[in-house]
Write a protein that binds this ligand. Structure first.
Ligand code: FUC
Length: 863
C-alpha cells in the first residue's frame, strides 16, 4: 500500500497539460495515415505524448502490459497518461444506432477520452479498451480533510487597519497585512479524490474489427462493440440510481467465449482483496492517510461482484478470473463513511465494504434486463423533459465519430447538431453528478482521477460552483439543484462562526471556496479574502423560487439562507470616507475583483481595494431579492427596511469616463490583465439582471464595450460566462462566436470542457447559455413576468425546435422556428398569472389560469 501525502500544489504549480491542443496537434494527414494503419494504440499513445513545450512535465511512459499488472491510472501526475490497449483495432467501426451519441472508433487513449457515467453519487469513466479495459471509479463523498474551524481570530484585529490603509490608497500595505492576518488556519483544504480503477483484461482480442464505443445520452448507457476471431463481443455499462450500483454486462455471440481477469487498484491508501464473504467478489478497502490520521479518517470501499452465465469464476489475491463464460455481469458498488453534509466527522461505526456488499446483494438479485430498464426509465424522467433540434442539419457532420466531428467543426464544417449534442450532454452530466440527497457538482462534477485534483476539485464559490447550476432551472432539471441547497444549509453554522470570528458580524459567510467539511475561512492566497460567496450563492434558492413559485421552499429554505447572507453583508458594509470617489456611500472593504489585479498610480500592481464593482452588484441583487422575498412572505419588516436603506446608500455601478466600460473597481484602475478570464464586474448583466439593454441601455452599452475589451478567448468556463453575457445583450451571433470558440478550443474529445485542465463548469455554463439564446425570463415589466422567445438566435441556427425549457413564473416553453423566424410557440402556465410574451420588438400580454396552454403563431397571435 502506498501512502498519499497531500499533493496540494495545483494553484502554485499547475502541472496540467492542454490536452485539447495536444490531441489536435498531429496533422490531419498523419492522423489519416495512422488511423488507417494497423495499430491504433500507437496513434493514441502518440496523441497523448506529443508535448512540445519545454516547460511541460515529461509525460508518463505508457504502460503497455496487461491491465491488471499495471499501476492504477491515478499514479500518473496528470490524466494524459496514455492508456494503451494491447488489442490491434482496425478503426473500421460504423456509427451505432441512437440520436444523442458520443461515439468513437477506438478505445480512449487517456482519461480525457473516456466516457462518464454517473447516478448522482457513483461515477465511472469508461475507457472501452478491448484487451485492456479501465473503468475509473468515483464516489462523491470521497473527500480528504475533516471538519475544522479554520477562522483566523487575528483577522478581526487587523480589519480596521486594513480598511484604513485601503481608504488611504495604501493598497499594497493593506494586502500585506491582510495576507498575514486574515487567511484561514490552515489556508488550504484537501482534495476530492478518486475511488480507484477497475482494471479488466479480456482474452481473444487479436485482429479487432468493427469496433465502436459510445455513450447514448438518451439511455445513459455506454456500449463497447467489436468483432474478434469471428465473434461479436458486446459490453453495456450504466450507473443505476435505483439500484445504487454500476452495472457492466459482457456478452459474446458464441457460447463460452468470454475470458476475463479483473482487479481493483488505487495507487494510494487502499488494497484490493478477495471478499471473504463472497467467492465471486473482490473488495478495494481503503482509508485516507491511514498513517497520519487513524482511526477517524475517512474510510472507503469499492466492491465488484461477477455473476457469470456459464463457465467458471475464480478468485484469488484480489483478482477475479472468469473463464469460458457465455455472459458476465459485473456489479460495482462504492461507499465511504462520510456522515453527510454538515454532520461532522466520518462515522467510525460504518464499514463501507459492508455497505457495498449489502448493495451488491440486493442489486444482483435482479436480472440485467430489469436493472437496465429501471435505469433507463429513471434517467429518462429527467432527460426527456427537454428536446432540442438545431438546424440546418448537416448529415456529413452528424455521421462523423465524435473526434472527427470536433475536428471538422474546428476546420469550419457547419454543425448546429454539435451544439445541440453539447447542450444535451450538459444536462446529462448534471443529472449524472447532482441529484437530491447527494453531493453538489464539484469542479469536475463527480469525475476525478487523482487523490489530489486540480484546485482540489473543490467547490469554488467565486464563479464555478454557481456556474455549475445555471442550467438547472432553465433546462428543466430543477431537482438537480437540491444538493447545492443542502451544501448551503450545511455552511450556515461554520459560516456564522467565521463571520463572528473574523468580522464580528452576524449572518453567515463563505469565502472563495469550500469543501465537503464546511470550510468557510479564507483559502489559498489573499484573493481568498473574498467574503461574497454566501451572498452570491443566495441568489440560487431565490431563483429556484422564481422558476417554481414554491412558496413553502421560499419560506423554509430560501429565506433563512438569503437573510443570513444579507445579514452578514449589512453588518460588514462601511461608509467610504471623504476624499474617495464614492464618499458617503456604502462599500465593502477589503474587496477584490476575482481574480484580477490592477495597476496603482505609482505603477505597482495590487489586488485589494474597497467596493469592487462585483461586490456592489452581488449586494444590490441580494438585497433587492431580500426585499421582494420578505414582501412575498410578509415577514421581517424591520430587516426589509434595513435592506432598503442600505440599497439607497450603496455605491453605484459606474461607467469609466476614460474607456466607456463598466468600471471593475471603485477607482478607474487599469487592469493588469485586460483579457482576464473573470468578467466579475458584469455580474450585474449575468447572472444578475441589474444591467439590461431594455431597462438600463447605458449600462448595457458599457457592458458591451467591457466584453469587447475582454476579448473572445479565455478558459473554458470564462468563455461560457461570456456567452451568457452576450446572450443577455441579445447578441446571438456574438454568443455563437464564443460558443464556437469553446467547442473548437476548449472541448476535449469526450466533450468535457477544459480550463485547461478539465473543469465541468464550462459544460454547464455553456448549456445554460444555449438555453438563454432560445428563451429568457429574467426581466419583469411592472411586476409581470416577461417570457422572451428566441432572444438571441444566431444566424447559424436558421431552423430548429425546442421543447421543455423553463421560464421564471412557472412557464414551460416550446418553440419552432424556420429561416431564423419563430413559426410557433407553446407556453404551458403551470402556476397561472399574467405573462408578457416578447418576440423581437413585439409583445403580447396574456392572463393565464394554472395549467393553461397558450398556443401562439409566429406573430404572437393565439392559434
Ligand atoms: C477560479 C478561477 C480559476 C479556476 C479555479 C477553479 O479561481 O480563477 O481559473 O477556474 O477557480
Amino acid at each position: 500500500m502506498r501512502h498519499f501525502d497531500n499533493l496540494n500544489g495545483w494553484i502554485i504549480q499547475p502541472r496540467f497539460i492542454d490536452i485539447a491542443r495536444q490531441i489536435s496537434t498531429p496533422p490531419a494527414t498523419l492522423m489519416r495515415f495512422l488511423t488507417a494503419s494497423a495499430n491504433i494504440s500507437m496513434l493514441l499513445a502518440l496523441q497523448c505524448s506529443s508535448l512540445s513545450a519545454a516547460n511541460q512535465p515529461a509525460p508518463e511512459p505508457p504502460q503497455t502490459g496487461p491491465a491488471c499488472e499495471r499501476i492504477s491510472i491515478n499514479s500518473a501526475p496528470d490524466v494524459n497518461m496514455p492508456w494503451v490497449d494491447r488489442a490491434v483495432i482496425d478503426g473500421s467501426g460504423s456509427k451505432p444506432d441512437g440520436e444523442h451519441l458520443l461515439w468513437y472508433r477506438t478505445p480512449a487513449s487517456c482519461w480525457y477520452e473516456a466516457l462518464p457515467l454517473g447516478n448522482g453519487r457513483l461515477g465511472a469513466m469508461v475507457f472501452g479498451g478491448v484487451a485492456d479495459e479501465c473503468i475509473q471509479l468515483n464516489e462523491d463523498t470521497l473527500w480528504g480533510g475533516e471538519p475544522h474551524d479554520a477562522s483566523n481570530p487575528d483577522a478581526l484585529k487587523a480589519l480596521p487597519e486594513v480598511r484604513r490603509l485601503l481608504f488611504e490608497g495604501k493598497n499594497i500595505e493593506a494586502t500585506e497585512l491582510a495576507g498575514k492576518s486574515m487567511l484561514g488556519l490552515p489556508k488550504n483544504i484537501k482534495s476530492y479524490q478518486t475511488l480507484g480503477d477497475l482494471l479488466i483484461e479480456c482474452s481473444g482480442t487479436a485482429g479487432v474489427t468493427d469496433y465502436t464505443r459510445s455513450l447514448d445520452l438518451e439511455t445513459a448507457v455506454a456500449s463497447v462493440n467489436y468483432t474478434a476471431g469471428g465473434i461479436r463481443f458486446r459490453r453495456e455499462l450504466f450507473s443505476s440510481a435505483p439500484a445504487n450500483v454500476i452495472v457492466a454486462r459482457f456478452t459474446a455471440d458464441k457460447p463460452g467465449a468470454l475470458n476475463l481477469k479483473l482487479t481493483l487498484k488505487r495507487y494510494w491508501d487502499a488494497e484490493c482483496v478477495t471478499d471473504p464473504a463472497n467467492p465471486n467478489a473482490i473488495v478495494l478497502n481503503g482509508q485516507l492517510n491511514p498513517k497520519g490520521k487513524p482511526p477517524g479518517a475517512l474510510r472507503f470501499a469499492a466492491n465488484v461482484l461477477a455473476v457469470n452465465d456459464g463457465g467458471h469464476v475464480g478468485n484469488a489475491g484480489g483478482v477475479l478470473t472468469v473463464e469460458k463464460a457465455n455472459a458476465v455481469t459485473l456489479f460495482i458498488a462504492g461507499a465511504t463513511n462520510y456522515p453527510g453534509l454538515g454532520k461532522g466527522a466520518p462515522d467510525v461505526s460504518v464499514d463501507p465494504a459492508k455497505t457495498c456488499a449489502a448493495v451488491l446483494k440486493t442489486a444482483s438479485k435482479r436480472s440485467f434486463e430489469l436493472l437496465k430498464a429501471e435505469h433507463i426509465a429513471d434517467h429518462q424522467k429527467r432527460f426527456n423533459r427537454v428536446d432540442l433540434r438545431l438546424g440546418p442539419v448537416n448529415p456529413v457532420a452528424e455521421g462523423l465519430d465524435t473526434i472527427a466531428r470536433l475536428e471538422a467543426f474546428r476546420h469550419g464544417q457547419p454543425d448546429p447538431g454539435l451544439a445541440a449534442l453539447y447542450f444535451q450532454y450538459g444536462r446529462y452530466l448534471l443529472a449524472a453528478c447532482s441529484r437530491p440527497g447527494g453531493m453538489p457538482a464539484n469542479l469536475q462534477g463527480l469525475w476525478a482521477w487523482r487523490p489530489s485534483n486540480p484546485w482540489n476539485a473543490d467547490f469554488h464559490t467565486n464563479i464555478n460552483l454557481q456556474m455549475n447550476y445555471w442550467l438547472a432551472e432553465p433546462t428543466n432539471l430543477s431537482d438537480c439543484q437540491m444538493p447545492l441547497f443542502d451544501l448551503m444549509d450545511s455552511l450556515v453554522k461554520p459560516g456564522s462562526i467565521t463571520a463572528k470570528t473574523q468580522y464580528n458580524a452576524r449572518g453567515w459567510v463563505v469565502h472563495h471556496l469550500t469543501d465537503a467539511w464546511g470550510f468557510t475561512a479564507c483559502a489559498d492566497f489573499v484573493g481568498g479574502i473574498w467574503p461574497m460567496g454566501a451572498a452570491w450563492l443566495a441568489e440560487h434558492p431565490w431563483e429556484h423560487y422564481r422558476f417554481t413559485g414554491d412558496t413553502a421552499f421560499l419560506k423554509e429554505r430560501a429565506w433563512p439562507l438569503m437573510k443570513g447572507a444579507a445579514r452578514f453583508i449589512l453588518d460588514t458594509l462601511v461608509e467610504a470616507p471623504a476624499g474617495t470617489p464614492v464618499a458617503g456611500r456604502l462599500v465593502t472593504s477589503p474587496s477584490f475583483s476575482p481574480e484580477n489585479n490592477f495597476v496603482l498610480p505609482d505603477g505597482k500592481r495590487a489586488c485589494f481595494t474597497y467596493g469592487a464593482t462585483m461586490d456592489l452588484e452581488i449586494i444590490q441583487e441580494l438585497l433587492n431579492n431580500c426585499v421582494e422575498a420578505s414582501k412575498i412572505l410578509n415577514t421581517d419588516a424591520e430587516f426589509r427596511a434595513e435592506c432598503e436603506s442600505a440599497l439607497k446608500r450603496l455605491a453605484p455601478i459606474r461607467i469609466s469616463p476614460a474607456t466607456g466600460r463598466i468600471m471593475e473597481w471603485v477607482e478607474d484602475y487599469k487592469e493588469c490583465e485586460p483579457h482576464h478570464r473573470h468578467t466579475s464586474h458584469l455580474y450585474g448583466l449575468h447572472p444578475a439582471s441589474l444591467i439590461s439593454p431594455v431597462s438600463t441601455p447605458e449600462l448595457a452599452a458599457a457592458a458591451r464595450k467591457t466584453l469587447e475589451a475582454r476579448g473572445d478567448g479565455g478558459t473554458g468556463w470564462s468563455l461560457a460566462w461570456k456567452i451568457n453575457m452576450w446572450t443577455r445583450l441579445l447578441d446571438g451571433d456574438h454568443a455563437y462566436l464564443l460558443l464556437s470558440n469553446l467547442l473548437k478550443d476548449k472541448t476535449l474529445n469526450n466533450l468535457f470542457d477544459t480550463h485547461s485542465p478539465f473543469q465541468i463548469d464550462g459544460n454547464f455554463g455553456a448549456t445554460a447559455a444555449i438555453a438563454e439564446m432560445l428563451l429568457q425570463s429574467q426581466v419583469r415589466d411592472q411586476g409581470v413576468q416577461v417570457v422572451h422567445l428566441l432572444p438571441a438566435l444566431p444566424q447559424a441556427w436558421q431552423e430548429g425546435s425546442v421543447s421543455g425549457l423553463c421560464a421564471r413564473g412557472g412557464f414551460e416553453v416550446a418553440e419552432t422556428w424556420k429561416a431564423g423566424a419563430l413559426t410557433q410557440a407553446r407556453i404551458v402556465s403551470n402556476l397561472g398569472g399574467p405573462v408578457i410574451v416578447k418576440l423581437g420588438a413585439k409583445t403580447a400580454r396574456f392572463d393565464t389560469a394554472p395549467g393553461q396552454v397558450l398556443s401562439l403563431d409566429g406573430v404572437l397571435e393565439v392559434k
